[in-house]
Write a protein that binds this ligand. Structure first.
Ligand SMILES: [Zn+2]
Length: 432
């Protein structure tokens, strides 16, 4: 969903004096696995030319200055001096829940006092606590909050955001949430990938009648979402206390029959066998804290991305994180996302997610960067347009005020992003 007519036309941009340009240009076709996850395609002392929202040339400063077209037209493009800093593809945050009304501060305090996420949910907190806020909010209030979040994400270097509904959980409020995503997407220069997550949890009025709710999702919500082109993906939270594997398969089947692509929350709290789901070819299976060892090979031979969201492990105070090394060594394509949401991961910073992946999951800084860019693009099925700095791709770039890319996950809890370019538009958030 690229920006609509309301967006300013992308001017020509010429980024110069880039100390380290991480192109992420691909040594292989398909998502990055194993050792290819560490190949960042670095060009030192580089320049990038963008025209009409697309990248048109990438190379060393020396070669760029010799370009005959640039010699003739240099005055027509806006020059951005990157001051010897690092430039990389804008982050792809491939898992977020940004449509909500309020932070969940009571849950936060309860958890600090020792109550678990699941106990809080059983007591009416958790996802259910966000439902009332969304149901009573107007579409424009939700749109405004979402736009602010998108602006904050861009300020941290993110240019593509997968955005889920899932705090309405009634026909009307799920549609309202997706419409809010559509309205915000039209007013933001970056790219929004809308996902329908009607199967986030069973809403209170269906308690004990989850089959009835699954029927509503499959027979009414999904067909309407598809007919009105409100989402590119359907998602389901398959876990203990939410939807069973059997119910999740039913939702997957309904989604496929209606022609919408799939993704799912899997293995956050407990293990679900993944192999039966892989035959539906989901774009991504997310969380992956608990995965059966017998599923690793099947996952590795699929094009499904395993997306880690360590912000949730951090914020829930868990000592256990997904076993990224096992995934990478098995040849599974992995991505990183924030899981931005009010209950378990109120962060919209991809560098923070990357820092957690490095310190707690033992991913190298290079692996974390590839997981947050090119593999994130695969996770939202936009790798042809996004995720690397190559001629012909969308002009989505982030400039970080650091001299070495490893500093991006190193300086945690602070924002070193100096500027973000989304679809060729320089966003006015940084110091560029
Ligand atoms: Zn989630």
């Amino acid at each position: 969903m690229t920006p609509g007519a309301a967006m300013p036309r992308a001017p020509g941009l010429f980024l110069i004096n880039i100390g380290q340009l991480l192109t992420l240009r691909s040594p292989v076709r398909g998502p990055r696995r194993g050792s290819s996850l560490s190949e960042l395609g670095i060009i030192d002392d580089a320049a990038v030319l963008c025209l009409g929202g697309k990248i048109v040339s990438v190379g060393t400063m020396k070669n760029a200055l010799r370009d005959p077209w640039l010699k003739k037209n240099r005055k027509k493009v806006t020059e951005i001096d990157c001051g010897g800093h690092v430039v990389l593809p804008g982050f792809i945050d491939s898992h977020t829940h940004p449509v909500f009304a309020n932070p969940r501060l009571v849950d936060f305090e309860k958890r600090i006092a020792g109550t678990s996420y699941e106990k809080i949910a059983e007591g009416g907190g958790g996802i259910r606590a966000s439902i009332n806020g969304v149901r009573s909010a107007t579409k424009s209030a939700l749109t405004d909050k979402l736009l602010r979040a998108l602006g904050d994400m861009a300020a941290h270097g993110t240019t593509t955001v997968e955005a889920k509904s899932g705090y309405g959980l009634s026909f009307d409020s799920e549609m309202k949430s997706l419409e809010a995503i559509r309205s915000a997407a039209k007013r933001w220069a970056g790219t929004v990938v809308p996902t329908f997550l009607g199967a986030h949890t069973v809403p209170p009025e269906y308690r004990g009648r989850s089959r009835k709710y699954v029927e509503l999702v499959c027979k009414e919500m999904i067909p309407t979402v598809v007919k009105r082109k409100l989402a590119q993906f359907a998602d389901v939270f398959c876990d203990r206390g939410t939807f069973s594997a059997e119910e999740s398969e039913e939702i997957f089947r309904a989604a496929l029959e209606n022609g919408i692509a799939l993704r799912a929350h899997m293995g956050q709290l407990s293990e679900t066998r993944l192999e039966p789901f892989l035959r539906f070819k989901p774009a991504s299976l997310d969380h992956m804290d608990y995965v059966n060892k017998d599923d690793f090979a099947a996952l590795a031979s699929s094009d499904t991305i395993a997306t880690f969201v360590p912000g949730a492990n951090y914020f829930l105070g868990l000592s256990r994180y997904p076993e990224a090394r096992r995934f990478i060594e098995a040849g599974i394509a992995v991505a990183l996302a924030t899981d931005y949401n009010p209950g378990s991961s109120p962060t919209l910073s991809m560098p923070m997610a990357m820092s957690l992946a490095c310190t707690h999951m033992k991913m190298s800084p290079a692996e974390a960067i590839a997981a947050a860019t090119i593999n994130g693009a695969w996770a939202v099925r936009m790798a042809d347009q996004k995720g690397s700095v190559e001629a012909g791709k969308d002009a989505d770039l982030a400039v970080f005020a650091v001299g070495d890319y490893r500093e991006i996950p190193y300086w945690f809890g602070t924002n070193r992003c100096a500027g973000t370019i989304a679809n060729g538009v320089l966003l006015g958030n940084g110091s560029l």
